[in-house]
Design a protein around this ligand. Structure first.
Ligand code: NAD
Ligand code: WQD
Length: 338
């Protein structure tokens, strides 16, 4: 049993990961400022697992509170989800993004150092591969960034690699997520974007439920089978189980980067059709210009995760859409209306 401090644990991926960790017998302590989440998510995790969760409302920029929380929770490991994640917003608010993501992570690392804990799992992203030079994307693909969000992840990865060089006893697992979608099979927790969603699946779900009128498909002239962008969508519960595996093997001095994806790519049209089948609703859409900064195709080589973590994704596009729809249908306003 490990005692784990989960920064950003009330968020989309964090809440699903807490379910898997708690079901496996680990103890979690959530640290979140609720800037992009709701405490209701924590109540729902308690409902799913039948266990109480300790949590504190706090900012990762607050080193004093972080250190007190690490001491009070007696944790031995940290999973660090907290941060801002919208690519478009990061272009408009670079200072906010670098401060929350980079300075926030540095503050956490200082707090961990002062409290003598050195086991960390970090949420990185396939965005660090930039525009793919080859596919599938292996962990040794060259790294680059085209926006402040992606750059913040690259800078943090570099910081973590440098820490491991200077203090080789640290155990750091950098997980690079592909496109997380779906929701817990209970329909009790899921993604609850504030305002108009930026990402495809939550947008499609809100069109299906009638909150949004139609989907805009960004580009139908890519060099893909149907001309629309192709991505490696991964069920959030599979992703959460990847964290459980990472936690179970963490401890040996190391710093590794591991893709968490399925290895399979689906186009925007594939997603629309799968979601139509899951929801039995119409999804009106129209084609528009490509979105700035988008790439044609992106999918993972997930072999290393299998080799190192003994993990591979089990759920396909059908389960992703079924579970995302169940969450949307049961919670049409997200956590806004209980
Ligand atoms: P999310 O916004 O749902 O969760 C992030 C959580 O962190 C939220 O609960 C938010 O309130 C909290 N938070 C933000 N800034 C904070 C701060 N300064 N102090 C304390 N708490 C703070 O996002 P998510 O989708 O669950 O993503 C989790 C992590 O995974 C992020 O680091 C994100 O960059 C990364 N990631 C997400 C995706 C994706 O598509 N969802 C893909 C790759 C990587
Ligand atoms: C998927 C496909 C769009 C919305 C982003 C971040 C990445 C990572 C995951 C955090 C693309 C198309 C989308 C819409 C559309 N996040 N689309 N209409 O861009 O692959 O990745 O989220 O780390 O860093 O960049 O995901 O879901 O936005 O787009 O046609 O309204 O859907 O063009 O082909 P993306 P996405």
């Amino acid at each position: 049993m490990k005692r784990i401090l989960v920064t950003g644990g009330a968020g989309y991926i964090g809440s699903h990961t807490c379910v898997e960790l708690m079901n496996a017998g680990h103890e979690v302590f959530i640290y979140d400022n609720f800037s992009n989440s709701s405490p209701i998510a924590i109540e729902r995790v308690e409902k799913i697992t039948g266990k109480a969760i300790r949590f504190i409302q706090g900012d990762i920029l607050d080193q004093y509170l972080l250190e007190n929380t690490i001491k009070a929770s007696n944790c031995d490991t940290v999973i660090h989800f907290a941060g801002l994640k919208s690519v478009g917003e990061s272009v408009k608010q670079p200072i906010n993004y670098y401060e929350n993501n980079v300075v926030g992570t540095l503050t956490l690392l200082k707090a961990m150092t002062n409290c003598n804990i050195n086991k960390l799992v970090f949420s990185s992203s396939a965005t660090v591969y930039g525009n793919p030079k080859f596919l599938p994307l292996t962990e040794d693909h060259p790294l680059s960034a085209t926006n402040p969000y992606g750059n913040s992840k690259l800078i943090i990865e570099d910081i973590l690699r440098d820490i491991h060089i200077s203090s080789p006893d640290w155990s750091i697992t950098i997980l690079r997520y592909f496109n997380p979608v779906g929701a817990h099979s209970s329909g009790l927790i899921g993604e609850d974007p504030r305002g108009i969603p930026n990402n495809l699946m939550p947008y499609v779900a809100q069109v299906a439920i009638g909150r949004l009128a139609e989907l805009t498909v960004f580009g139908n002239d890519y060099d893909t089978a149907d001309g629309t962008g192709v991505r490696d969508y991964i069920h959030v519960s599979d992703l959460a189980k990847g964290h459980l595996k990472a936690i179970e093997q963490i401890g040996m001095p190391q710093c590794s980067e591991i893709n968490l994806g399925t290895g399979v790519g689906y186009s925007v049209i594939d997603v629309i059709n799968a979601f139509k089948r899951a929801s039995n609703r119409d999804i009106p859409f129209r084609f528009a210009e490509r979105r700035n900064g988008d790439i044609a195709t992106c999918f993972a080589d997930p072999k290393l995760a299998k080799e190192i973590l003994g993990w591979e994704a089990e759920l396909g596009i059908k389960e992703m859409c079924n579970d995302h729809w169940a969450w949307q249908h049961k919670n049409p306003e997200g956590y806004g209306v209980v």
